[in-house]
Ligand binder design. Structure first.
Ligand code: FES
Length: 92
C-alpha cells in the first residue's frame, strides 16, 4: 500500500490564506480512500511555518511527498495525492 505524506503549513500566513480548509479536505479524502479498493495511506501533518512566506506571498504552502505546492487549494492538493495514489491513472 502506498503511503503519502501531506505536510500542510499551519503558520499564521498560511492559516490566513486557508490552510485549515485544506487540512479538513484531506482528512475527508483520507476516510474515503481508506475504504476504497485503491486504498493508500495518507499521513497528514500540520507543520510550523516553513519560512517561505517571508520570501513569497503565494501561500498557503503544502508539500505532498516533498513536492511543494504554492497557492495551494483543496483541489490542487487532492490532485497531487490522487496522482500518487493511483487515482489519476490515464485512460487507455
Ligand atoms: S506561514 Fe506558511 S510558510 Fe510561513
Amino acid at each position: 500500500m502506498a503511503s503519502i505524506l501531506v505536510e500542510i503549513c499551519a503558520g499564521t500566513h498560511c492559516v490566513m490564506m486557508g490552510s485549515m480548509n485544506i487540512i479538513d479536505a484531506v482528512h475527508s479524502l483520507e476516510e474515503v480512500r481508506a475504504q476504497g479498493p485503491d486504498a493508500c495511506e495518507i499521513q497528514v501533518r500540520a507543520i510550523p511555518c516553513m519560512g517561505l512566506c517571508r520570501e513569497q506571498s503565494n501561500g498557503p504552502f503544502v508539500r505532498v511527498d516533498g513536492e511543494l505546492i504554492g497557492q495551494a487549494e483543496s483541489e490542487s492538493v487532492m490532485a497531487a495525492i490522487m496522482k500518487r495514489c493511483g487515482g489519476g491513472r490515464e485512460q487507455p
